[in-house]
Ligand binder design. Sequence first.
Ligand SMILES: Cc1ncc(COP(=O)(O)O)c(C=O)c1O
Length: 163
Amino acid sequence: MQIITGLPIALEWLPGLDALLLALKAFNFPPNSEVIVPSNTYIATILAIIHAGLKPVLVEPDIRTYNIDTRLIEEKITNRTVAIMVVHLYGKSCEMGYVTRIVKKFDLKLIEDAAQSHGAKWRDKLTGTFGDFGAFSFYPTKNLGALGDAGALIMQDEDLFKR
Ligand SMILES: Cc1ncc(COP(=O)(O)O)c(C=O)c1O
């Protein structure tokens, strides 16, 4: 596994957000391509998509978990959809079995916003390791906080790492 870590060099630098942005930019998606994302998340998730010149397509949460309602994802997929960006909120994994099946079925990229889920697992597999990229924040209020801002982006693929 490859890991890119970041420590801030300026106050405006937001490492968790930048990790998400780097992940999206690595794919070089055509402008305005659609990225499926939960409507219930921290603003940085959506900002990363907009900053990358892409279009967020919002999916409502499951009222039992407040994470994305995976049953509502498929109806939002169009021929412009390029990726799903799931968010594991409050230290709890999304329902990843269904997400990975949809990603395979529609040949989409998968990015995990794991800013709030260090060490959380779905069926014995760590969040952040299901997708092409896992993005982490170590902002001091996070489950694992740094002394100041920090973030990380993890991936398996050597080519994505180089990009
Ligand atoms: C779900 C989620 N995504 C992204 C971020 C952005 O992380 P950072 O503040 O390190 O840019 C946060 C943190 O606030 C978050 O909670």
